[in-house]
Design a protein around this ligand. Sequence first.
Ligand SMILES: [Fe+2]
Length: 550
Amino acid sequence: MFLFFAVGNYACFKNAGCGTILLKGEGVNMKIIKNKALWLVMAFYTSVLALLYSSARVSYYFIDRDSVKGLSVGLLVLMIAVFVLQLFTFLRGKNLREKHLKALFIAAIVFNVIFTAVVIAYAVMGWEMWDDYAYYIRISLPYFLIIWFGVASILLLPFLKGKMKAIGSAVLCVCLLFGIVVIAFKPFHFQFAAQPTVFVKSEDTYSVVWATNAPSTGELVIESGGTTQHLYDENAGNLRTNDCVHHISVPMSVLNNCSRYKVISTRVKERTGYSLWSGKTIESEDYSFQAVKDDEENLNIWSLSDWHEHASLAQKAVADFPKADVLIACGDELNMVNDQKGVIEHLLAPCAQFTHSSIPVIFVRGNHECRGDYASELMSDLGLNSFYYTFRLGSLGGVVLDMGEGNADDFIEYWSLADYEAYRDEQEKFLETLKLPKTKYRFAISHDERFEANMSSEDSDNPRRDRSGIVTYLNRMGIDLLVAGHLHESIVRPTGENGREFVSFVDGGINKENVYSAGLIEINGKTMTLSTVDSNGKTVLTQEVALNNK
Ligand SMILES: [Fe+2]
């Protein structure tokens, strides 16, 4: 990208004799300035900058907050204006007086240099959010393609002569044909985009979730004691065919006792009222599921939070961990939930890789899963009924909580789209009378463990309502451990802190140096060892704590 900017600017300067302008003022080569092709190239270059700059719109709020309100959108409008101005000069330049043409040329060059610098600055500052920038490029690209195609066919083609005209027409026709074929037939290799993950849905139900790279059907085949059971991703008897993510609820007793299971999907290209145009059928490998036994004393539980779209770092951090019995996906796997593709790439595929599709995953929503266009679809994609729920996995039981966003609902970044205080009220009510399943070990899990008024310094001017009542309820339930993330630190809070009659474990996550820490909870009947290990293989924290004597 940098190379492109450099070459683009150098070409503009060199071809137009801009260096001469800046050095000698009057030494402009008018022949070059009057060259229509140059204006078209510059207009195209500005439009590419506008596309790249618009892809960073997720950061506009922060830039405006720290500079001038409306600056970011103003800059985008200016880019569009310069683009239009260059097109206008391409069309009507010959009617302008030389001094006006020179002035327009200098203005265009100066603005293009400024725009290039802005785009480079955004790219450098936001390189960690490249996936999100790529998402916005993807959704903006069709609009820009229409503009480019329109400009090329309406403005450029009549301008071309002889052989060039024939070549230009042929290129445009090929582009058009290619676009139609892609839209109509979606010609790509159909495959799994994420292998299955077994999410915990309730005390007695799993939700098996996987994804394909095109809309398809979903079938779960479970073999147990010589019998084969077929379950389908369906809605009131109707097989779902218009989605890439499949989720099937299955009783824990069925999957816990199976000898193996697999998932099958058939691509569906078109489903009419009376016909089906289907494609390839794909099958996963056979998986054997390892359930936690009711009397199991020794457990290895991985708690991974806040990988923020850097699952590969989390993968490095757990490389030497003992095999897990349970994975806690403790929130903020994504930066924001823009679309289903993001859910597949940053949540479903990593969870399947961490667990080899063979152990249960307890999903905990993080505050970053509350953000983005697709955030309200996440629960449905995971086949869950709620983001707060109780669970029972053999000897491990407990409750998952969801604090939603980190600040008060009227925090400016939420744009009046948050109603989490009422949602947290609902959970306090749920906890008031909750009886946890009778299990040997009891966990409470919450992405954000700051139940007391939100005390982080950056948020202190806009705190959430105090929820320390939750601690009282958890004390009553005899929780062994509270597991959390969110703080991007490895912390063990001893019993007694903030009135808590249980130990709290904050499992790490990614830090500012791009080093990821993963949490490991090893239980051996009498004690728990809480550790975090980072993506460089360094043990950040390790502490042995006694279990509650209930
Ligand atoms: Fe968080």
